[in-house]
Design a protein around this ligand. Structure first.
Ligand code: SF4
Length: 289
């Protein structure tokens, strides 16, 4: 019989919970609520929010004067907030408090003359927000190779560097980039801004995917933290990345004696329960872990 280790702490992170609650409260009071970008990386939740009247707008220019704009947990760069103010758009800022704290750290260090380095994905909305605060000279590093290239080309040995992380990247990448910059004798201050919530989930998966014969990760294809979970589990065996229970092939999973089951930070716990229920209906034993 297949045993499924169900991550009992899975579900939305605090930042996502706050954003969804805030957007729903607003939509309960008025009809013209739009989110600037998808509120979270989960197609099913986006669909259900749309049914509640929360539409997604991908460009600021598309937002009409009578609409109220939700700023999602990833935050936005300051020039976009300025645009909203200048164009008299009403907005509800639901940026995660951890992301806000990074913005404040960047502002403080930039004013003190630091050169800002962000370890993360340059195309991720959270990183675009950080870059807006860090200024044009700031640099995003997304790989160890990139860290070597940057340190070889950085010509201001007296300039102090502040090295921060996108909240959802892997701690290994952050540590390795910091190590490369230190090897080059650059003057760096590193502040580990990885989200503890994400780290705990990564730790859970590191531990249980090692024990298990296969892992199931649930989350949107465009979710950065789900992608990291996939990478962690892939080091320890076969992984099935599902966007929801509709993609589950139970017979495939049931060939493994022990399976680890978790999800990204923007996946509601109900989606895990649905997958677990299907597997249980096929005879698997579900064990909270
Ligand atoms: S993953 Fe962490 S930093 Fe990102 S929104 Fe959730 S709580 Fe905030």
């Amino acid at each position: 019989m297949t045993r499924v280790l169900f991550d009992r702490r899975a579900g939305f992170c605090a930042g996502v919970k706050k954003a969804i609650r805030g957007a729903r409260d607003e939509a309960g009071k008025r009809s013209n609520v739009v989110s600037y970008g998808e509120l979270i990386h989960n197609p099913r939740v986006i669909k259900s929010l749309a049914e509640e009247g929360i539409r997604v707008k991908y460009n600021l220019e598309e937002i009409a004067g009578h609409e109220i704009v939700i700023v999602r947990a990833h935050g936005i760069p300051p020039h976009e907030e300025e645009w909203l103010k200048k164009n008299q758009r009403e907005y509800l800022d639901l940026t995660c408090r951890r992301v806000k704290e990074i913005h404040r750290t960047i502002i403080r260090h930039r004013e003190a003359g630091y050169f800002i380095v962000i370890v993360g994905n340059p195309d991720h909305p959270e990183v675009r927000g950080h870059l807006g605060y860090a200024g044009e000279s700031a640099r995003v590093i997304d790989s160890v190779k990139n860290a070597h290239e940057f340190s070889a080309s950085f010509k201001n040995p007296k300039t102090r560097l502040l090295v921060l992380a996108q909240t959802t990247i892997s701690p290994e990448l952050y540590d390795r980039v910091v190590a490369v910059l230190k090897e080059q004798q650059l003057q760096i201050s590193s502040i580990n801004t990885l989200c503890p919530f994400v780290l705990k989930r990564q730790d859970w998966l590191r531990r249980f995917s090692l024990l298990a014969d296969a892992s199931i990760i649930i989350g949107g294809r465009n979710s950065s933290n789900t992608g990291k979970l996939f990478d962690i589990a892939a080091k320890n065996g076969p992984v099935f990345w599902l966007t929801g229970a509709q993609e589950l092939e139970a017979e495939l999973i049931l060939q493994y004696p022990l399976v680890a089951l978790t999800a990204g930070a923007s996946t509601p716990v109900e989606e895990l329960t649905e997958v677990a229920d299907i597997l249980a209906a096929h005879g698997a034993l579900i064990e909270p872990a």
